[in-house]
Design a protein around this ligand. Structure first.
Ligand code: ZN
Length: 133
């Protein structure tokens, strides 16, 4: 793994949270992006080499809506950047981690992504991401 690429935070209202995080971090989000397949709207802030990804559900079937219903707003996942997502998925599978995808899917920010089930990672949802070529 190369670095923590971003931290995903589930929020109820993206506009309000954009304002909050803009004040907190003293910068504006550099982009907004909808991931239609995941029913989420995202916004991204860049801090050094790491990013904060705010996630708002666009409908009630979104994993973000379910997360907020169960746990409230807060840290949703930690994303690690990898150089070879397929190799890393295989390595983690061999180590006994539970992958939520058999093949990487297209995530926000032009990334291929794969998630690890929190029950195999001390309750933390882990995202692997690799920049798409
Ligand atoms: Zn993410």
């Amino acid at each position: 793994m190369l670095q923590v690429e971003h931290i995903g935070i589930a929020v109820k209202n993206l506009q309000e949270s954009d304002n909050l995080f803009s004040k907190l971090l003293n910068i504006s989000p550099y982009k907004h992006e909808e991931v239609e397949s995941e029913f989420v709207m995202t916004s991204f802030f860049k801090i050094g080499t790491t990013k904060i990804e705010l996630l708002e559900a666009t409908n009630e079937n979104s994993a973000i809506a379910k997360f907020i219903e169960k746990k409230g707003e807060g840290i949703h996942h930690i994303a690690y950047e990898v150089s070879d997502i397929l190799a890393e998925m295989q390595r983690l599978k061999n180590e006994g981690f539970i992958l939520l995808q058999e093949t990487p899917k297209l995530g926000a920010d032009n990334k291929l992504v794969c998630f690890l089930h929190p029950k195999s990672t001390n309750g933390v949802l882990i995202e692997l991401c690799q920049e798409r070529q």
